[in-house]
Design a protein around this ligand. Structure first.
Ligand SMILES: *Cc1c(COP(=O)(O)O)cnc(C)c1O
Length: 367
């Protein structure tokens, strides 16, 4: 078979071990997963109630236009219904954008390390990938501008950035957007938008009105606690959305996802509670890092990247064997770090105790 050559250089996504698998392998009763930035509190009870009351038919295709959700979201955001595209998670929106704009002979610019799906999709489409290293965990916007030329079709920004948790402030983003050529689509991935508390964060929706070549990606997978249902959305100018729509599969978001997302939007008190608890959790980790003199970035997301100055896999393995699943920085481009999702207060306490135990047993800092 004549496969796309680009595919041959890629490896399939390696899913982390499942909770059941870890239980079995290490003979553990309790497993806490703080590896994928899921919401430790789950989703709103109102969402579960709505799903339980579902009286529709599983035999019917979902609403390909996601009408109810679209109306609710457009009115909440103050944009027109034609300015929104729904995806089977942000992952699919990234794929749709790549499919629509990337191809051999063109290039795409992104930070490194950042969310891996931008590069993955660009490689499949045969576009040249230009990666610009982060500086102290933050996007180097000036460096990214320098990498752009008349063949740059997409530039990816991740704010807050996964895996560092850093964000782009309003002044920097504005100055960047003003200098990006009209022909380049700027994708601003805001998967953690609802967790942000920084005061100099920009107003994404205002920026969309100002810059026609900007699309903002958000998701119900993170603060809304609906990762299993796979639903996310892009907001952009009507022109951008209309151009992308044919690259979207007609029934890409399912009925349950649409119902759940609509109900989730209605419970903003739940979102506020999660944001608040997340801030408290981050403070626990900051305190721990300072006590142990570990370097870290302050995070606007629901995760923290901590540098242990040893092989990240070793920290990962130590925690895994004791029932705590975190993400090793090795696969994330930070080989001596681990990324920990902020959990409930108790989970954070236990996680921190475990990391302290690791340091006193294993760290060369103590030898
Ligand atoms: C989790 C995440 C996504 C994927 O979100 P889904 O909606 O679950 O596909 C996209 N971008 C970033 C930065 C993420 O962290």
């Amino acid at each position: 078979m004549r496969w796309k050559e680009e595919l041959l250089q890629l490896t399939p996504y390696q899913p982390g071990k499942s909770i059941a698998e870890v239980k079995r392998q290490y003979g553990l009763e309790k497993i806490v997963k703080l590896a994928s930035n899921e919401n430790p509190f789950g989703c709103s009870q109102q969402v579960l109630d709505k799903i339980n009351q579902f009286a529709g038919s599983l035999a019917l295709y979902p609403d390909g236009y996601a009408t109810d959700l679209r109306e609710a979201l457009a009115s909440k955001l103050g944009v027109s219904e034609t300015q929104i595209i729904f995806g089977n998670g942000s992952d699919e929106n990234i794929q749709i954008i790549s499919r629509a704009l990337l191809r051999p002979g063109f290039n795409t610019v992104m930070a490194a390390p950042t969310f891996p799906q931008y590069k993955h999709n660009a490689v499949i489409e045969g576009a040249e990938v230009r990666e610009v290293p982060l500086i102290n965990g933050e996007h180097d916007l000036e460096g990214m501008l320098k990498q752009m030329d008349e063949r740059t079709n997409v530039v990816w920004l991740c704010s807050p950035n996964n895996p560092t948790g850093t964000y782009i402030n309003e002044n920097k983003l504005l100055s960047f957007l003003k200098r990006v050529p009209q022909e380049t689509l700027v994708v601003l991935d805001e998967a953690y938008f609802e967790y942000v508390v920084a005061e100099d964060y920009y107003h994404s929706i205002e920026l969309i009105k100002q810059f026609e070549n900007l699309i903002v990606l958000r998701t119900f997978s993170k603060i809304y606690g609906l990762a299993s249902l796979r639903i996310g959305y892009g907001i952009g100018s009507e022109k951008v959305i209309r151009a992308l729509e044919p690259a979207r599969e007609p029934f890409n978001t399912n009925t349950f996802a649409q119902i759940a997302a609509t109900a989730a939007l209605e419970d903003q008190a739940y979102v506020d509670m999660c944001r608040q608890r997340n801030r408290e959790g981050l403070e626990q980790y900051y305190h721990f890092c300072e006590q142990e003199q570990l370097s870290y970035n302050r995070s606007q997301g629901n995760f923290i990247l901590i540098d242990f100055k040893v092989d990240g896999n070793e920290v990962f393995q130590y925690c895994l064997e004791r029932g705590y699943i975190v993400r090793s920085g090795v696969a994330l481009g930070f080989p001596t770090s681990v990324r920990v999702t902020v959990g409930s207060k108790e989970e954070n306490d236990e996680m921190i105790a475990l990391m302290k135990a690791f340091i006193s047993e294993k760290s060369p800092l103590n030898k």
